[in-house]
Each structure stands twice: as structure tokens, then as C-alpha cells.
Design a protein around this ligand. Structure first.
Ligand SMILES: C[S@@+](CC[C@H](N)C(=O)[O-])C[C@H]1O[C@@H](n2cnc3c(N)ncnc32)[C@H](O)[C@@H]1O
Length: 273
């Protein structure tokens, strides 16, 4: 992908999700108005708040629930402990940061990272309304995480890696910010390996969280290449023909350079647009 195309695509993603945040701030559900986004309006139950149980929804302000645009529930798999530091990539309206902050408690810390000002403003309001004091929302892109190396115990994310224009950079950055032994619990849209990048594009839009999906094999190879072990990619529900909501888990055990692995595997680059 040329740099210009990647920049244009990222700007389109930012614009659509800013629109969604504005809709929630005005009291509507987090749809993207006239354009598609990762909200599954026509696919009830495959995206958004339906993926959270009643107890979790009870912890959240209404606007955080309305803003939910994920394709899974990373809190259910991340197995968070008191005192841990969690980072949510593409934190949107703050739903998973609020739930994480409650689980790690006052001795822990939950970071949310998002590139869209409107989402950050919404998330900060939601966290304040939920009475959360151990959360910090950062502005930035997940391809260049604004945190020091080895500063995080758990990286979570909900339907955002597929939107990133440079997947190898995202995986490399996740490995960098995690402490040795750190883990990931990521929900994302993931393609079956039989689908070529062109076939993924044919099944849905990029901003709609379909066209930019990595395949299962690309995810597994990409994570192994940056030093993860115990990698698993488990499909949970189909969102389009050959594309699934999936849970991605892995543990950072080694430095890829120590294992003589290449930092970036070419296959991962094909997983978008
Ligand atoms: C589909 S929404 C998911 C939001 C949230 N995780 C949830 O479950 O409701 C995608 C979010 O990721 C953000 N985003 C997309 N690409 C990003 C990138 N490259 N860097 C940082 N944030 C990004 C968008 O601004 C938006 O808030």
C-alpha cells in the first residue's frame, strides 16, 4: 500500500468513528450515520453491546454501552488481576477500559489509546461518570504506541487491529510495550486462510471492519515473528462469509531477535486493502 493510500484510509477511519462518537454524544447509538462502520447495524448480535453480559453492562454508563462497536468481549478472556497495568488499543467510547479499571482495582491502571479526539472525549466523560480514577486515555495511533517498552502486563483490543493500516507495526509495538511474560487478549475480525485479500475486500468495507482483516494464519505468523508463544486464534461467530469474530491470545516469552526470527513476516502485510 502506498503511503498516501494508507494515510487516506486512516483519515477515513478517523472521520467515520468521529461521526459515531458525535452520534452517541447526542444520545443515539454509535452508528456511522450514512456510512458503514464496525457497528453491525444490520447484523444484530455480531457487534457491539450484545456481546457483553448484563452484569458487565451494569458497570457502565449508558453512553459507554451505546458507543460499543467491538466484535467480541476481550475482558472475558484477558483474565485480569488486581494491580496489573492494562492497555486497550483503539479504546473508542471507553467500555473495555472502564471494565478493565474495575478489575485491576486501585493498585492497577488501565490505559486507553485512540486516535480520534471525539472518541477520547466521550471515553473520558464515560469513565468520569462511572467513577473511574485509575484510567488514562492517550491520543495516538496503535502503530506507534506512546508508552515506554516493557510497561504493560496485558494488551487488549476490540475490533481495531483490522482497521490499522500497518499491521506489522502494530504487532511489533504490542511486543515492545509488554513486559516479559505479558499477554494479549484481543477480539478482532479474522478471515479464514482460504480468503485472499481481494476476497476479503469483496465481502465488506475497510471502515466496516471486514476488508482489512488478517487471516488466522497471518495473525499466528505475525505474533510468532515478534516473540509471542502460546498463540491461539479462535473463531467465535461468523460476521460475513469466511470472516469471523475471533479471540486472539498469546504470551510474550522471548525477544524475536534472540530467536533469530525476522521482525516482520511479509504475509502479514497482505491482510488489508
Ligand atoms: C470499531 S471501533 C472499536 C472501539 C472500542 N474498542 C469498542 O469496542 O467499542 C474502532 C476504534 O479504534 C480507533 N482506531 C482505529 N484505527 C486506529 C489506529 N490506527 N490507532 C488508534 N486508534 C484507532 C477508532 O478511532 C475507534 O475509536
Amino acid at each position: 500500500m502506498s503511503a498516501t493510500t494508507a494515510d487516506e484510509l486512516r483519515e477515513e477511519v478517523r472521520r467515520r468513528y468521529a461521526e459515531s462518537a458525535r452520534a452517541v454524544s447526542e444520545g443515539s447509538r454509535g452508528s456511522c450515520g450514512g456510512g458503514s462502520c464496525c457497528d453491525g447495524e444490520s447484523d444484530a448480535g455480531k457487534f457491539g453491546e450484545a456481546l457483553y453480559d448484563a452484569e458487565q453492562r451494569g458497570e457502565l454508563p449508558e453512553a459507554a454501552t451505546l458507543a460499543s462497536l467491538g466484535c467480541g468481549n476481550p475482558i472475558m478472556v484477558a483474565d485480569l488481576n488486581a494491580g496489573e497495568t492494562v492497555l486497550d488499543l483503539g479504546s473508542g467510547g471507553g467500555i473495555d477500559v472502564i471494565l478493565s479499571a474495575n478489575r485491576v482495582g486501585e493498585s492497577g491502571l488501565a490505559y486507553g489509546l485512540d486516535m480520534t479526539d471525539e472518541m477520547l472525549a466521550l471515553a473520558r466523560r464515560n469513565a468520569a461518570e462511572a467513577g473511574i480514577e485509575n484510567a488514562i486515555f492517550l491520543k495516538g495511533v496503535i502503530e506507534e504506541i506512546p508508552l515506554p517498552a516493557a510497561s504493560v502486563d496485558v494488551v487488549i483490543s476490540n475490533c481495531v487491529v483490522n482497521l490499522a493500516t500497518d499491521k506489522p507495526a502494530v504487532l511489533t509495538e504490542i511486543a515492545r510495550v509488554l513486559r516479559p511474560g505479558g499477554r494479549i487478549g484481543i477480539s478482532d475480525v479474522v478471515a479464514e486462510d482460504r480468503l485472499s485479500p481481494e476476497e476479503r475486500v469483496a465481502r465488506g468495507s475497510y471502515v466496516g471492519c471486514i476488508a482489512g482483516a488478517l487471516s488466522k494464519g497471518e495473525y499466528e505468523a505475525g505474533l510468532a515473528a515478534v516473540g509471542f508463544d502460546e498463540v491461539s486464534v479462535t473463531f467465535t461467530h461468523e460476521v460475513a462469509d469466511g470472516l469471523h469474530g475471533a479471540i486472539v491470545k498469546a504470551t510474550k516469552t522471548t525477544d524475536p531477535a534472540e530467536r533469530g526470527l525476522p521482525l516482520i513476516q511479509p504475509a502479514v502485510r497482505t491482510g488489508c486493502c
